[in-house]
Write a new protein. Structure first.
Length: 169
């Protein structure tokens, strides 16, 4: 079973009470439960974490290399400010799905830019907690596509490595 690291940035621990008109009334634990349920249905396991500290998120991203098949990331405000998180994502070279509860393009102008998006397979935003469920579906799709590609590449490499039979004269 492939493991997916789901990382949540600053202030997401306050969900349920923080600006419910923007972020909804569900808590991060509610979102974790929905995410884990969908992941299990897709044959994935989830390691769900939250931190208000940029360095901790970077450390977890670095640890994911060799341990996780991909990363779902809601970097919160770090989305718009952190080159360090973007660099960490580039360094580990894992599939990334960027996720946001609100539609960042309907909000303040500074939220329209993401340093994370260049490293992401795609971005899902604006669907509240359902954004995480959709991100799991997207990650399952990416991993399935990459798995087929890896299998095809391995088969091609195996065929190429086989010695050719010499014809007898």
């Amino acid at each position: 079973m492939d493991s997916v690291l789901v990382l949540n940035g600053p202030n997401l621990n306050l969900l349920g009470t923080r600006e419910p008109d923007i972020y909804g009334s569900e808590t991060l634990d509610d979102i974790r439960a929905k995410t884990e349920e969908r992941a299990a249905g897709r044959g994935l396991s989830v390691d769900f974490r939250q931190s208000n500290a940029e360095h901790e998120l970077i450390g977890w991203i670095q640890e994911a290399k060799g341990q996780a098949a991909g990363i779902i990331l809601n970097a919160g405000a770090f989305t718009h400010t952190s080159l360090a998180i973007a660099d960490a994502l580039a360094a580990v070279a894992l599939p990334v799905v960027e996720v946001h509860l609100s539609n960042i393009y309907r909000r303040e102008h500074f939220r329209h830019h993401s340093h994370i998006s260049r490293q992401a397979e795609g971005v899902i935003c604006g669907f509240g907690s359902e954004s995480y469920v959709l991100a799991v579906d997207a990650m399952a799709h990416v991993l399935g596509r990459n798995g087929k590609t890896r299998k095809a590449s391995a088969a091609k490499a195996t065929r190429a490595a086989r010695p050719t039979k010499k014809k007898r004269s």
